[in-house]
Design a protein around this ligand. Structure first.
Ligand SMILES: Nc1ncnc2c1ncn2[C@@H]1O[C@H](COP(=O)(O)OP(=O)(O)OP(=O)(O)O)[C@@H](O)[C@H]1O
Length: 282
């Protein structure tokens, strides 16, 4: 369970990116973090793993208060947080398997990893997870020869190789087409559920957030202005999060996503999740 209390971040420039954010994400819950550009989504994710130093407030993961840790203890705690990024952050010249095994670097000693002598159990787990995401036939392929969706799958497997308690996911679909975006979101949600992981997914696409996350938190100017189920995202709520101007853009984007969706592979994705239709139904 992740417990965030009173999290505040003021950058040295004076920007107040987070203003007293409190939030609890239980194990197994997938939470989408939405909000306009500059709302503080990335800052929130980065304060949790301490890539950004909070100005005030606490972050606890299970029994560990992350905001108190430094040095080795912080490095150890970071192992428990799997990061999945927008740009995949793979090592291009390394193979799929090597990229995946790099998720174990925090556990395997330096020399052992330098000599690429990972324990058999790690290699077996890598095969198992690559099989789970449909990439077991690509273990020897170099990362730079993969498609965007395949790269993101490798990124997901690498994060899971850490055996994390928490997934921090930053714009996982920003570089992907709509269909691949849905596949990746579905995969992240399924894997988080299977493994009982708390997950925070920072995502611009409200439609995707509604389709796949069970809980949505809306940030506006560093504050939580909505925290609830996807079905409760009314136009009024979206206006509170995005403001009038961005809200109309969001509706338009939702419709475009639907038009793109010719193959009907999205399951739930094709049902009445358009905010406009939700509004009409109410
Ligand atoms: N390194 C930094 N130095 C100074 N100000 C920053 C820094 N990073 C972010 N900010 C500011 O903090 C606020 C929140 O930014 P943040 O990147 O967290 O928002 P976001 O919701 O993730 O936006 P986006 O969706 O565009 O990525 C913004 O006003 C931004 O300008």
């Amino acid at each position: 369970m992740l417990v965030i209390e009173g999290l505040t971040k003021r950058y040295p420039t004076g920007d107040l990116a987070l203003d007293g954010v409190s939030l609890t994400v239980p194990d197994g819950q997938v939470m989408a973090l939405i909000g306009p550009s500059g709302a503080g989504k990335s800052t929130l994710i980065r304060c949790v793993n301490r890539l950004v130093e909070p100005t005030a407030g606490t972050v606890r993961l299970g029994d560990t208060e992350l905001t108190r840790l430094g040095g080795l203890a912080l490095r150890r705690a970071r192992r428990r947080m799997g990061m999945i990024f927008q740009e995949y952050a793979l090592v291009e010249r390394l193979t799929v398997m090597e990229n995946v095994l790099s998720g174990r670097l925090g556990y395997v000693g330096f020399w052992r990893s330098w000599l690429r002598r990972f324990p058999l159990s790690d290699i077996e787990e890598a095969f198992r997870l690559l099989n789970r995401v449909g990439l077991d036939h690509m273990v020897d392929k170099r990362a730079d020869a993969l498609s965007g969706g395949q790269r993101q799958r490798v990124g997901i497997v690498r994060a899971l190789m850490q055996n994390p308690d928490l997934l921090l996911v930053d714009e996982p679909t920003a570089s992907l087409d709509p269909k691949t975006s849905r596949q990746i979101m579905r995969l992240i949600v399924e894997l988080a559920k299977e493994r009982g992981l708390a997950a925070i997914i920072n995502i611009h696409d409200v439609m995707l957030a509604q389709q796949f996350a069970e809980r949505i938190v809306g940030l506006h100017a560093g504050r939580i202005v909505f925290d609830g189920a996807p079905g409760a995202l009314t136009p009024e709520v979206l206006t509170a999060i995005y403001g009038e101007e961005d809200w109309s853009a969001t509706i338009r984007k939702g419709r475009e996503g639907e038009e793109d969706d010719g193959e009907g592979e999205g399951g739930k994705a094709e049902t009445a999740t358009d905010p406009v239709r939700i509004a009409a139904a109410q």
